[in-house]
Design a binder for this molecule. Structure first.
Ligand code: ADP
Length: 272
């Protein structure tokens, strides 16, 4: 009987421990949801006043009839540049929290991905040129269209290219798109600072920034790559990085071809 009661006591303790663990997990989940909601609300609340503040500044700078002294123009440009930077950050935070909460609005559309990607990359030509970098674009035709949310794909390409530009002092940046297996594979390769091996597993984490590496500008929040990762996952794809410190980095994004893996209610008909 003693043996049996010891056995029962051990079982009760196990059940209690399990219960406590489950409650802790629930509390953590609730905390995580509250944090996401907080990000989302704050970003949202910041966006409207920021947009309203930026509009008259941009109008004043664009209006040819408005007479601005050079010093005024300089000051307004500073306000405009930093306001735009803040707005970009707020928008990225909002995108990220929507994705995390599963509330992202997506519409997958059949897209000629090489053509669309080449067009997005072309926006970087002059900035790369001014920075003394050589930009190579190698787009191979794919067997068929790829279903992407175009706004999401634009963010993926823009984030990877702005990082390549930001972290490359000299050399070249190559953007390629080709079919491998049943996937469309985008690679952005640079000859920049590279990423230390110990930081590599963390670069896709939210707010993670590698300290001490050289950058063309220190603007940044550590949200870009986590957004890339989430957006790519939304397409059933994956994002990865290969990098050697001091030599450069290659970011690879893989998207499955076809649309069978996508939720049909978000797949648009027509397109390309
Ligand atoms: P950030 O806003 O800091 O650029 P990201 O999420 O885009 O945030 O990137 C996270 C970190 O990964 C960066 O702070 C940087 O240290 C590193 N990183 C990203 N892209 C590159 C790259 N092409 N070359 C070197 N380091 C990079």
């Amino acid at each position: 009987l003693q043996l049996l009661s010891r056995q029962v006591a051990a079982d009760v303790a196990r059940v209690q421990a399990y219960e406590a663990e489950r409650r802790r997990a629930e509390q953590l989940e609730a905390l995580d949801r509250a944090k996401t909601a907080f990000f989302s609300n704050v970003s949202h609340e910041f966006r409207t006043p920021l947009t309203l503040m930026l509009a008259p500044v941009e109008d004043a700078l664009a209006d040819r009839e408005e007479v601005l002294a050079p010093r005024q123009r300089e000051r307004l440009s500073l306000v405009q540049r930093n306001g735009a930077r803040l707005l970009k950050l707020v928008n990225s935070l909002l995108d990220y929290s929507r994705l995390e909460a599963g509330r992202a609005k997506v519409a997958y559309q059949a897209t000629d991905l090489p053509a669309f990607t080449a067009e997005l990359v072309s926006h970087f030509e002059s900035a790369m040129h001014r920075a003394g970098l050589v930009l190579t674009v190698a787009m191979e035709p794919l067997a068929g269209p790829v279903w992407v949310d175009r706004e999401a794909w634009e963010k993926v390409v823009f984030n990877l290219l702005s990082n390549a530009l930001k972290y490359t002092l000299e050399g070249d940046i190559e953007v390629s798109l080709r079919e491998e297996g049943a996937e469309a594979v985008l690679r952005v390769r640079d000859t920049g600072t590279g990423i230390p091996a110990e930081a590599l597993p963390h670069v896709f984490e939210r707010f993670h920034r590698v300290e001490g590496t050289w950058a063309r500008s220190h603007e940044g929040s550590g949200i870009g790559l986590s957004l890339v990762q989430e957006l790519v996952k939304l397409h059933g794809g994956s994002a990865s990085v290969h990098s050697v410190l001091g030599q450069g980095s290659t970011f690879t994004v893989r998207l499955p071809l076809g649309k069978d893996h996508l939720p049909p209610e978000h797949v648009l008909t027509g397109g390309t």
